[in-house]
Every structure is written in C-alpha cells, then in structure tokens.
Design a protein around this ligand. Structure first.
Ligand SMILES: NC(=O)c1ccc[n+]([C@@H]2O[C@H](COP(=O)([O-])OP(=O)(O)OC[C@H]3O[C@@H](n4cnc5c(N)ncnc54)[C@H](OP(=O)(O)O)[C@@H]3O)[C@@H](O)[C@H]2O)c1
Length: 292
C-alpha cells in the first residue's frame, strides 16, 4: 500500500502518523524519541496539547533531517481571528524548533457551541493561514472538526481550499456526511482517535473481525480506516504498540464486512461535537451488536 496521500497541492502526507495528545504523563521527550525509533515520521501536535516543546526537542536530538519529517500543529479555538492565529503559529514554530510546518490546522470551528460570530472568526483565521501558506511557512493548511456547514462557510471567502480535515473517526463513529463532503472537494480526511481511545477496542464485533482476519484488534481498526483512504494518527505509549500501529500486515477487509462495519449503531463517541455541549464519552456498544 502506498505510504502517502497526495494532497490537492501535491504535498505528500504519510497515511500513518503518531498522535501526541497526552502521549506521556510527564513533559519529557522520551516517548517521542521512541516513536521516531519505531519509524514514525509524521507527528500530530497542537498548541493546546502543551507538548510542542518536547516534540521539538526529541526531533532535534534525533538528528533526523527536517525534510524527512511531517509536522502538524493546530491553532486552538480560543485563538481564532487573524492576529491571534498568526501569533499562535509563530509560538508553535518556536516551540517545535523549526522554521516551517508541514500542516497547520484550525483545531475547532467554534470557541463554544454558542459563539455567534464563528463564521467571521474562521474566515479571519483562514486568511492568516493562507498568508502563511503563500509565504512558504507552512506546506499545507487545513481544518479539524469542521463539518460540511463549517466548511461551506469557510469556503465562501477562501482563496485556498482546505487540504485536510482531521475528524473523530472510528468504527461506530464514521461521520459519513463530513467524509463524503470532504471527498467531493478533494479534502483529505484524517482520523483522530482512530482506536476510539480504546473505547471500541474490545467490542465483540471488533474482536470477532480481528479473529477472522487474524490480526490484533488495533490493527483491524486502523486498516478499516485506511481501506477507506482515511489517514490515521494513533497514539500509543509502548514501542510494541507503536510498531503494531505502524507496521500493518497486508490484508484486505472484504466488501461485505466493510458494509457491515459501516452500518453499525453509534459507539465509542468521545462526546465532543463543535455545535453541541460536551457530553461524557460513550462507553459501550448498542445492545445486540455482538458477533455477527
Ligand atoms: N483534532 C482533534 O480535535 C483531536 C482530538 C483528539 C485527538 N487528536 C489527535 O489524535 C491522536 C489519537 O487520538 P487519541 O489519542 O485520542 O486516541 P487513539 O489513538 O484512538 O487511542 C489511544 C489509546 O489506544 C491505546 N492503544 C494504542 N495502540 C494500541 C494497540 N496497538 N493495542 C491496544 N491499545 C492501543 C493507547 O494506549 P497506550 O497509550 O497505553 O499505549 C491509548 O489508550 C491524538 O494523540 C491527537 O494527536 C486530535
């Protein structure tokens, strides 16, 4: 399988990256160094994760050439607006000890679900991203957690179309409307929480499928997304799990199983939605959704 997606501007983005959100309880860089050792070259971070410093330090110490890496960061939702977005970008660059980013995203489309001027805020932020892109300070620009109506509003004034939308996606939460919308506009979809932050890892249907295809459940969940041309950025804390998530064996999930898995009731949702007040994560599957 090709290791990259080619974004609409020709930039190659690895299909698999390492998600750094809460990747360590401390604030040192060893976990990122471990991910580099495991073979990851794409790292997903964000201003709000407060870990850009140690991601940058691990990368510096690895002496891996910068051009071999793909670094993503995001501007937090309280920093929307032209000036704040530009400032946030500069702080991220500084913390990551680099002079460019490979991908910079607007993290959420609204500061709060009730924010009324979200359209104007996003349009202003996007203008800042477009400038950074045109100045060569970032190789690709995009969004995260943007649903079709947020993208439509953004594109009303955009001169450069978003290249990536990073969304919560995993078995039981497939956001089909957003994914279809992105595909129709050539926006590459990337899944956050591709393992549902473990909430879907031990669902009977997942265990059953993993057994059928003779792979660990995590590999099955990740393959399920990749087979739909959705990028993944799983987070793991041991080198074994990091490798398991990166080195997926060659196997193909049968079409009938893909249909079955894409038709499951909702499960494992984080409880986060840009237009709704946050609710507790959904912990278990709907009744009757055991092995087929
Ligand atoms: N854009 C956004 O709004 C947004 C929101 C959330 C997350 N993200 C990004 O997406 C990344 C991934 O999402 P996530 O961290 O929420 O969840 P995730 O990657 O779906 O799941 C991580 C959990 O799965 C476990 N795990 C990893 N590999 C495993 C394996 N092979 N077998 C068994 N368990 C395994 C990890 O355990 P151990 O750590 O103990 O190994 C951890 O508990 C984040 O790190 C972040 O970069 C973005």
């Amino acid at each position: 399988m090709d290791q990259y997606f080619v974004l609409q501007n020709g930039v190659k983005m690895p299909r698999i990256g390492y998600g750094t959100y809460r990747c360590t309880d401390g604030s040192d860089q060893r976990i990122v160094a471990m991910a580099l050792e495991a073979g990851y070259r794409m790292f997903d971070t964000a201003a709000i994760y407060q870990n850009e410093d140690f991601v940058g330090k691990a990368i510096q110490e690895s002496q891996i050439p910068r051009e071999d890496l793909f670094l993503t960061s995001k501007v937090w939702k309280t920093d929307l607006g032209y000036e704040k977005t530009k400032k946030s970008f500069e702080v991220s660059l500084d913390r990551l000890q680099t002079d460019y980013l490979d991908l910079f995203l607007l993290h959420w489309p609204k500061p709060t679900p009730s924010t009324e001027d979200w359209k104007a805020l996003n349009q202003e932020s996007w203008r800042a991203l477009e400038e950074l892109y045109c100045q060569g300070k970032v190789r690709a620009i995009g969004v995260s957690n943007f649903l079709p109506h947020h993208l439509e509003a953004l594109m009303e004034s955009a001169e450069v179309r978003p290249m990536v939308d990073q969304l919560e996606l995993h078995i039981g939460y497939l956001q089909e409307a957003a994914v279809q919308y992105c595909k129709s506009f050539g926006i590459q979809v990337q899944a956050w929480s591709p393992l549902g932050r473990r909430r879907v890892l031990e669902e009977p249907i997942v265990l059953n499928m993993a057994q059928k295809y003779q792979v660990p459940p995590a590999q099955f969940l990740l393959k399920f997304l990749l087979q739909q041309d959705i990028g993944i950025i799983p987070k793991a804390s041991s080198i074994e799990r990091m490798r398991q998530n990166l080195e997926l064996p060659e196997f193909l999930i049968a079409t009938e199983d893909m249909y079955l898995l894409r038709s499951l009731p909702q499960m494992g949702w984080s409880g986060e939605h840009p237009d709704l007040t946050r609710v507790p994560p959904q912990s278990s599957v709907a009744p009757g959704c055991g092995p087929a």
